[in-house]
Design a binder for this molecule. Structure first.
Ligand SMILES: *Cc1c(COP(=O)(O)O)cnc(C)c1O
Length: 394
C-alpha cells in the first residue's frame, strides 16, 4: 500500500472498528422501527435509551436532555433557531464570536435577516474570547450567548466555565458548539453552566450523519422537525438506529480512552510544533500555545500558498488541510485566521495538521522533513520571497 498519513482528524475521523461492529446488527437482523409495538422492533427503543444514558453520563446530564440529530450542523442550527423563536418575546439580541463554525455563523446571519441583532465578538491573537468584551456586549435584550468550546481550525479552547458563569449571572442562555472538544477534553454541563451543547459522531471515531443536542431541562425549546413523536416530539423522523448505536459506542470509547489519548497526542503535537518552529524559518504557530486541543497544530508559512502546500503534501501521502474543509475550494482566507489578526497573505499560507491516536513519532518526523523540503521549493519559486531575501541581505 502507498504511504498514507492522515492528519485531518478535525475534518473527520476513522470510524473505530468496534463502533462499526456495534452498528452492523442494526442494519440487518435488528432492523425494526423502534416505534413499532411488537417486541422484535420495540427492543430497539431500549437500545436507543441506553445510548442516551451513555452520553448523558459522560456530560453529567440527564438522559432526557439528550436529543439525537443528524450531526453537528443540525444541532447548531436547532440551538440557535429554536432559542431565537422560543425567547424572541424576551429580546432579540444574540452574542457569538467571529471564529465560530459556519453552522453557527450562517445560522446567525439567517436570524439577522429575520429581525435578530447579533454581536460577533472579536478574539485575541490566540483566538480567545475576551471576557470584558463579552460583558460589555450584553444588553437587556440578550437572550443567547453561543461560544464554541474549541476551535476547529486553530484548536484554541475557550474559557467556557467563565463564559457560562457570566451568561447565568445575567439569566442568559448559554450554548456551546462542542463538536471538536467533546471526546477530547472533559466536559461537565453543570460545572460549565452549559444550557445547550452540540456534538457530532464523526469527529470522535463514530459514524457520519449522527450527533446530538444537549438541552438542559427547563430550557424552552421548539420542535425542530415536525412529524412523529420521536425525540420527545421535538425532532421527528424514524430514529437512525445504527447511527445512534455507533454514536453511543464511540462516546463510550472516547470517554474511556480520553486521558491516555490526550497525553499521547499532546506530546506528539508539541514535538511537531517544536520541530516546525525550530527548523522552518518565517513560520508562525496559530492558536493558543497550551489551551489548545491535544491533537491540533496550525501553522502559517510566509511566502507560501496553502493550496500548493496541500497538493505537494498529498503527493507525499500526507492528508492535511488549510483553513477548514468547508472553505477549501474557495479563495477567501479563513475567517478564523483573519479574526486572530493575520494579514491575508499570511492567512493564505496556513496549514492545519490534526493528529489521531494512531499518529506516531515517525509520522511527525516524515511530515516535518517533507514540509521543510516543500516549503523550501515553494519559496524558491516565489518572487515575493526573492525580493524579501534580497532586502534581507542588504
Ligand atoms: C465539524 C464541525 C461541525 C459540523 O458537524 P457535522 O456533523 O459535520 O455537521 C460543527 N462545528 C464544528 C466546530 C465542527 O468542527
Amino acid at each position: 500500500m502507498e504511504k498514507l498519513i492522515y492528519l485531518d482528524n478535525a475534518a473527520t475521523t476513522k470510524t473505530a472498528p468496534e463502533v462499526v461492529e456495534a452498528m452492523l446488527p442494526y442494519f440487518t437482523e435488528k432492523f425494526g422501527n423502534p416505534s413499532s409495538v411488537y417486541s422484535f422492533a420495540a427492543g430497539n427503543k431500549e437500545v436507543i435509551s441506553g445510548q442516551r444514558d451513555i452520553i448523558a453520563g459522560v456530560l453529567g446530564a440527564k438522559s432526557n436532555e439528550i436529543y439525537f440529530t443528524a450531526g453537528g450542523s443540525e444541532a447548531d442550527n436547532w440551538a440557535l433557531k429554536a432559542a431565537a423563536e422560543a425567547y424572541g418575546d424576551k429580546g432579540n439580541h444574540i452574542i457569538t464570536t467571529k471564529i465560530e463554525h459556519h453552522a453557527i455563523l450562517h445560522t446567525a446571519e439567517y436570524l439577522e435577516k429575520r429581525g435578530f441583532e447579533v454581536t460577533y465578538l472579536d478574539v485575541d491573537e490566540d483566538g480567545k474570547v475576551k471576557l470584558d468584551d463579552l460583558k460589555k456586549a450584553i444588553r437587556p435584550t440578550t437572550i443567547l450567548i453561543s461560544v464554541m468550546f474549541a476551535n476547529n481550525e486553530i484548536g484554541t479552547i475557550q474559557p467556557i466555565r467563565e463564559i457560562g458563569e457570566i451568561a447565568h449571572e445575567k439569566g442568559i442562555l448559554f450554548h456551546t458548539d462542542a463538536v471538536q472538544a467533546f471526546g477530547q477534553v472533559p466536559i461537565h454541563v453543570d460545572e460549565y453552566h452549559i444550557d445547550m451543547l452540540s456534538a457530532s459522531g464523526h469527529k470522535l471515531n463514530g459514524p457520519k450523519g449522527i450527533g446530538f443536542l444537549y438541552i438542559r431541562k427547563g430550557v424552552k425549546i421548539r420542535s425542530f422537525v415536525h412529524g412523529g413523536a420521536q425525540e420527545r416530539k421535538r425532532r421527528a423522523g424514524t430514529e437512525n438506529v445504527p447511527g445512534i448505536v455507533g454514536l453511543g459506542a464511540a462516546v463510550k470509547r472516547a470517554a474511556a480512552t480520553m486521558a491516555e489519548r490526550a497525553e499521547k497526542e499532546s506530546k506528539l503535537r508539541d514535538y511537531l510544533i517544536e520541530r516546525v518552529m525550530e527548523e522552518i524559518p518565517y513560520c508562525r504557530l496559530n492558536g493558543h500555545r497550551t489551551d489548545r486541543l491535544p491533537n491540533n497544530g496550525n501553522f502559517s508559512f510566509q511566502f507560501v500558498e496553502g493550496e500548493s502546500l496541500l497538493i505537494m503534501l498529498d503527493g507525499k501521502g500526507i492528508c492535511a488541510s488549510s483553513g477548514s474543509a468547508c472553505t477549501s475550494g474557495s479563495l477567501d482566507p479563513s475567517h478564523v485566521l483573519l479574526a486572530i489578526g493575520l494579514p491575508h497573505e499570511i492567512a493564505h499560507g496556513s496549514l492545519r495538521l490534526t493528529l489521531s491516536e494512531e499518529t506516531t513519532k515517525e509520522d511527525m518526523d516524515y511530515v516535518v522533513d517533507s514540509l521543510k523540503e516543500i516549503v523550501g521549493k515553494l519559496r524558491n519559486m516565489s518572487p515575493l520571497y526573492e525580493d524579501f531575501m534580497k532586502k534581507e541581505q542588504k
